[in-house]
Design a protein around this ligand. Structure first.
Ligand SMILES: O=C(O)CCC(=O)C(=O)O
Ligand SMILES: [Fe+2]
Length: 296
């Protein structure tokens, strides 16, 4: 192990174990370097955590404006996705990562990504990147997990996990995401009426909430004028199918201007599906290697 902070300077592991733990060690070192150990504890105990001051507030303002502008473009093009029926005010803005450079910067932000890596391993990928705009008067979303197609019992290790970028202060009145702390351990979908036990994920603009995909949650009802804008970056394991095929619409130029991990995150290096009658994409072979942990 390389961090003296937690294990001292003597590594007692057998050499083969040191090799098998490489990915875990990198993840651990990153969590310590970024001072995220309390967030990891909260993820374990409650299934969610809030990281503050992830980027300057101006970045969050630009994120919000860009999401609203793209939502308006979708409305004009007749393809906006309503979240609360045709007469509701709430809507989704989809495929964001392919629609502006600011989203590339957001998904690579190191603190939330380190926490997602803790939950999902280095091999995880981005499933989708959505703006969630909630307007006054719409009812709350139904309680759910973000593991929608996974049969019960839902595996303990999440097949998907999410981050929510808070571009407006989140409170009960503003329409914060509602959560049931600890429900990520239940391994099944919410029972009817679970919403009564939910609490708002109170968070300041400038924060990012990271949550385990098995956590019971829903978008809250906004009861004050205006719009609550949040942005999810939704992740899945490498062997799970993504919600958006971002890889097919993101150009090589965009990949080249980002850190190497970006290519993997969008699915550029996925071993499967094989293309052009080949066997598999060798760029993804790293993740066939042995690990000692279910994160993979
Ligand atoms: O908008 C929110 O607060 C949460 C949305 C959500 O959980 C979802 O769409 O899966
Ligand atoms: Fe959700």
């Amino acid at each position: 192990m390389t961090s003296e902070k937690t294990v001292g300077d003597t590594d007692h592991r057998h050499p083969t174990m040191i090799d098998a733990h490489k990915r875990l060690d990198r993840m651990r070192d990153e969590i310590v370097r970024l001072d995220l150990t309390q967030n990891v504890l909260e993820l374990e105990l409650y299934g969610y955590t809030i990281v503050e001051d992830v980027k300057p507030l101006a970045f969050f303002d630009e994120l919000r404006e860009t999401i609203l502008r793209l939502g308006e473009e979708d409305r004009v093009a007749g393809k906006r996705i309503p979240l609360s029926g045709p007469n509701g005010k709430s809507y989704l803005v989809t495929w964001l990562l392919a629609r502006g450079r600011i989203f590339e910067e957001a998904v690579m932000a190191e603190k939330p990504l380190a926490l997602i890596t803790y939950l999902m391993g280095e091999s995880c990928q981005i499933s989708s990147n959505h703006g969630h705009v909630r307007g006054e008067g719409d009812p709350p979303q139904g309680m759910h997990t973000d593991a929608p197609m996974v049969p019960e019992p839902i595996p303990v290790a999440p097949v998907a996990s999410n981050m929510m970028w808070v571009t407006d202060d989140f409170s009960l009145e503003s329409g914060a995401t509602l959560v049931i702390p600890g429900s990520h351990k239940k391994q099944h979908n919410p029972f009817p009426g679970a919403l009564k036990q939910a609490v708002p994920m109170v968070a300041k603009k400038g924060s990012v909430a990271v949550f385990h995909g098995n956590l019971w949650h829903s978008a809250g009802a906004r009861t004050i004028p205006g719009e609550r804008v949040g942005m999810t970056v939704y992740f899945n394991r490498m062997y799970v199918r993504p919600q958006e095929d971002l890889n097919s619409v993101i150009s090589d130029d965009v990949v080249a201007r980002n850190p190497p991990r970006f290519a993997h995150l969008i699915g550029r290096n996925s071993p499967y599906p094989a293309k052009d009658f080949g066997f598999f994409n060798p760029k993804g072979a790293t993740y066939f290697g042995r690990t000692t942990d279910q994160r993979g």
